[in-house]
Design a protein around this ligand. Structure first.
Ligand code: ADP
Ligand code: ASP
Ligand code: MG
Length: 457
């Protein structure tokens, strides 16, 4: 193994499809072996595992459904271990993880839902992946070890959507992780952490990207690599807009806006730690690692007015009406205090004399998939205002530079989609985005039209 240089450590994260089966894990191992600076590897659960664990964690399945979900998860994990032919110790560890899955899911269905147990269950998918990849690397002759992310990723106790404690993470990484890097390529889990009482927590769906960025920040890494199933960040989700193309370079601010407004390629909070620590981020494809991919940096050579589009489906518009709002002070403060108590932040907002309309920020959505608008929230709002909830909406964001200071951007948007209804528009708070709320049925058409107009000319 090449000599360890503290300043050149690279953190590499592999997502669910990249660790889905043994051939996929072999591709990860190829990338890791080709670059000795990769000393920390962060993995997701194999594709399909977390979705099934989420279904089990809800505790609503009957015995037959539970057995079915468990056997599907076991089939995925056994197909990997069957081909990998791991040591008896790894086989014993796998048995332990799978039986813990069965125990916890039975508890959640029979005794009742408990948030800390839900997170302990959800974490088991990532635990299987890191165990397998560390073993595979050892079989290929690398000194590698499986490391429990909970030793370093300290969070608060909001199970399902826990918030990381970067200062504490920095200290723990120095104590427990750094000393290992001289001799080992460390494989660890994304998505999971622990609270001050050492209970397992999760960071919200897609949270492995965030974990990797937190490790990169804590280690002051030279770079963070996000390996996934597309060869970089595209001008729009290629599944939505077939003519989208990869972007060579993008700024932290733009990429953060893209992620926040729906580009699933990165967890929305990923870029905060990377930007804080000025760690450049590379996004590339595990199947085609030779492709140029995308670099996310503080500054880019080109600064186009429009860089990309993103789409967030399933948006909910909450309109709060109250005659007390007329010339009154403090209405918004009260409304926002209630939303804050329910840990909801607001995305877009427009106000009129007696009403305020807002969409809710689903950033780092709860691991359990629970809806943001709960009956408890509506009951708390009822004495303050009349509330109307509209769904079936989608948010389209145009991401770029100086959008609010560039004449004609808004007029071009309106002209291009003149026949569609725009339910709400938000521009000006950030120079990096212009957002429109539209009917979900129209979203695909609108996205393709705007892409043609702004990004294909
Ligand atoms: P992983 O399991 O590796 O974390 P994800 O499924 O979370 O992968 O993210 C990758 C997916 O993100 C791609 O398959 C693609 O469909 C989607 N995606 C959304 N927006 C974009 C975009 N602008 N560029 C590239 N991919 C995008
Ligand atoms: N396995 C988790 C999920 O599916 C975390 C991740 O893949 O980033 O949400
Ligand atoms: Mg992801």
């Amino acid at each position: 193994m090449q000599k360890y240089l503290e300043s050149s450590v690279i953190v590499a994260k592999f997502g669910g499809t990249s660790v889905a089966d043994l051939p996929a894990l072999q591709r990860c191992a190829d990338i890791i072996q080709a670059n000795p600076a990769i000393r920390v590897v962060v993995v997701s659960a194999a594709a399909g595992v977390t979705n099934r664990l989420v279904a089990l964690a809800k505790g609503k399945s009957n015995d037959a459904e539970r057995m079915q979900l468990l056997s599907e998860i076991m089939a995925i994990q056994h197909s990997i271990s069957g081909e990998l032919l791991p040591t008896p110790e790894i086989n014993a560890q796998l048995r332990e993880y799978l039986s813990r899955m069965a125990e916890l899911s039975a508890y959640l269905s029979e005794v009742g839902v408990e948030a800390s147990k839900q997170d302990e269950l959800l974490a088991l998918g990532e635990r299987c992946s890191s165990m397998f990849l560390a073993e595979l690397l050892r079989q290929r002759g690398l000194t590698s070890r499986d490391f429990d992310a909970c030793q370093v990723i300290r969070t608060d106790s909001h199970f399902g959507n826990a918030e990381a404690r970067p200062m504490r993470i920095g200290m723990l990484a120095k104590e427990y992780l750094k000393p290992l890097l001289e001799n080992y390529c460390v494989v660890t889990q994304g998505f999971i952490g622990s609270d001050a009482a050492d209970r397992v927590t999760t960071l919200g769906r897609g949270g492995s990207d965030l974990s990797a960025a937190l490790f990169a920040e804590a280690l002051k890494a030279h770079a963070l690599q996000i390996w996934t199933d597309v060869d970089g960040i595209y001008t729009c989700d290629p599944r939505q807009v077939p003519s989208a193309r990869p972007i060579a370079e993008i700024t932290f601010a733009e990429a953060a806006e893209m992620a926040t407004f729906g580009a699933k390629i990165l967890h929305p909070a990923t870029l905060l730690p990377a930007q804080r620590a000025q760690v450049p981020v590379f996004v590339g494809c595990t199947r085609e690692p030779e492709k140029p991919g995308t670099w996310i940096k503080s500054k880019t050579q080109q600064r186009p007015v429009c860089r990309a589009l993103s789409l967030r489906r399933g948006q909910v518009l909450l309109t709060a009406r109250s005659l007390n709002m007329l010339h009154a002070r403090g209405f918004l403060a009260e409304l926002f205090a209630i939303l804050a108590r329910h840990r909801i932040s607001v995305d877009l907002i427009t106000t009129s004399e007696v009403s305020v309309a807002l969409t809710l920020d689903a950033t780092g959505s709860h691991s359990s998939g629970n809806s943001l608008i709960s009956n408890e929230l509506l009951a708390e709002l009822a004495p303050l205002c009349d509330v109307e909830v509209e769904d079936g909406l989608a948010l389209v964001a145009i991401i770029g530079h100086e959008l609010s200071n560039t004449p004609e951007v808004a007029s071009r948007v309106f002209q291009m989609i003149a026949k569609k209804n725009i339910r709400m528009i938000s521009q000006g708070a950030s120079p990096n985005n212009l957002c429109i709320l539209v009917r979900e049925d129209d979203a695909s058409d609108i996205l393709n039209t705007l892409h043609r107009g702004f990004l294909e000319t």
